[in-house]
Design a protein around this ligand. Structure first.
Ligand code: OGA
Ligand code: ZN
Ligand code: ZN
Length: 396
């Protein structure tokens, strides 16, 4: 059976599996009963706030004009009915009239069952450990460039596992800009639109030497860390210099399950990160793991080589150092990391606000090594993925 869809004028589509059976007024709410027996009480201000008539809503931009504070405090529904087309129609006490499609109402219903359903259906990250080495999501450059469905799948993989490999990227400087242009624009930084990772005599970051770079996110020194990092290998002839990746969300979830006290410390204690040279001075402080309002893991922020001294009350130091030492120990634990040597033409694309990356020490005397990197913010990945999904008829 195919699900009938209704298109509302903000691009989204809603399932119309559930019809409205009846409606009644009850105090501050308008209560609807659905064809499956569920009841939802909508607050009067919620419905008034979401009127999409052409007075309340600008059709051209699909944005709200009406401000809820302009409704009378005692606004009430004077009438509520289900019309012949199955929509809910409300006549308000101030004379305004509104209409709501059942698919939209069901998708925004605030009753406990509907909210629990939406919570369960929310996209959740695919969390991985060392076993991911054999299943790494890999894509071919030519397919990404030519085929929108492959592009959509690649961006979907970046959203769910946060860790992908692109193969057969041309061996030319700035070749990584072509697949990035398929997505959106770059996030430029003080290290350039494109940064060159090679051992440099006047290095302004440990990254531009040959030392071991322990698991880190790039630019934790910024209020907003770059979302997705692209690292394209042009030359990798040296002894050493292997790439290592850890899913920071796997560490976070393991900490939450196995060491809840340390997890509480790591998600609430701000840590300072600094990057300075003769022309720049970047600093930011935030917890190593950030949770969203629902308590889900949202972001991991860490680079030991950029870390400043901890600013916390003396009596908190034992707990903070216990949690920090555990976090670092876990980021080295073989159950979590994958290790792989980049070959010329390979390009890593990974969520820099989730997946920590590392580079083994290399010996610059043994050969050449040249990588090029660039960043794109998460918002661009998400927006492009949604619009491609619209065009391809995929859920978004
Ligand atoms: C960096 C980095 C990885 C590498 O430049 O921040 O992580 O393999 N480089 O050199
Ligand atoms: Zn209106
Ligand atoms: Zn890095």
């Amino acid at each position: 059976m195919t699900t009938e869809l209704e298109t509302v004028n903000d691009w989204r589509v809603f399932a119309t599996d559930h019809a409205l059976n009846s409606v009644a007024l009850a105090g501050d709410t308008i209560v609807v009963t659905w064809s499956d027996g569920r009841e939802t009480a909508f607050h009067r201000f919620f419905l008034r706030d979401n009127c999409t008539c052409s007075q309340c809503y600008l059709p051209l931009t699909r944005e709200q004009l009406f401000e809820i504070t302009d409704a009378p405090e005692d606004l009430a529904a004077a009438s509520a009915a289900i019309d012949a087309g199955g929509d809910l129609v409300i006549g308000w006490s101030d004379g305004h009239a509104s209409r709501y499609a059942p698919g939209w109402l069901r998708s925004h219903a605030p009753d406990a069952a509907s909210r629990a359903e939406r919570h369960a259906a929310r996209p959740r990250p695919f969390i991985w450990g060392s076993e991911y080495a054999d299943r790494l999501q890999s894509f071919d450059y030519a397919d990404i460039m030519a085929d929108d469905h492959t592009l959509w799948t690649w961006l979907g993989a970046l959203r769910s596992s946060g860790m992908t490999l692109v193969r057969n990227v041309p061996l030319a400087e700035e070749a990584l800009l072509a697949p990035i242009a398929r997505i959106s624009h770059l996030r430029e930084t003080n290290f350039g639109r494109v940064f060159d990772v090679k051992s440099k005599p006047r290095a302004d970051s440990a990254a531009y030497t040959s030392v071991n770079l322990p698991p880190h996110s790039d630019l934790p020194t910024r209020e907003l860390q770059p979302g997705v990092q692209f690292l394209h290998c042009l030359i990798n002839d040296t002894v050493g210099g292997e790439s290592v990746f850890v899913d920071g969300f796997a560490i976070g979830e393991a900490m939450r399950a196995e060491h809840p006290e340390d997890f509480a410390t790591i998600t609430t204690t701000p840590m300072a990160f600094w990057n300075r040279d003769d022309r720049t001075d970047y600093r930011w402080s935030a917890p190593l793991i950030a949770l969203n309002a629902e308590g889900d893991l949202d972001e991991v922020r860490f680079a030991n080589f950029l870390r400043g001294p901890i600013d916390a009350p003396a009596e908190r130091m034992p707990a903070i150092y216990r949690a920090l030492r555990l976090f670092q120990a876990m980021s080295r634990d073989p159950r979590f990391f994958i290790e792989r040597r980049l070959a010329p033409g390979d390009m890593w694309a990974f969520d820099n606000r989730r997946v920590l990356h590392a580079r083994r020490e290399f010996d610059p005397q043994t050969g050449d090594r040249h990588l090029q990197g660039a960043y794109v913010d998460r918002d661009e990945i998400n927006s492009r993925w949604r619009v491609l999904g619209r065009e391809l008829g995929e859920p978004c």
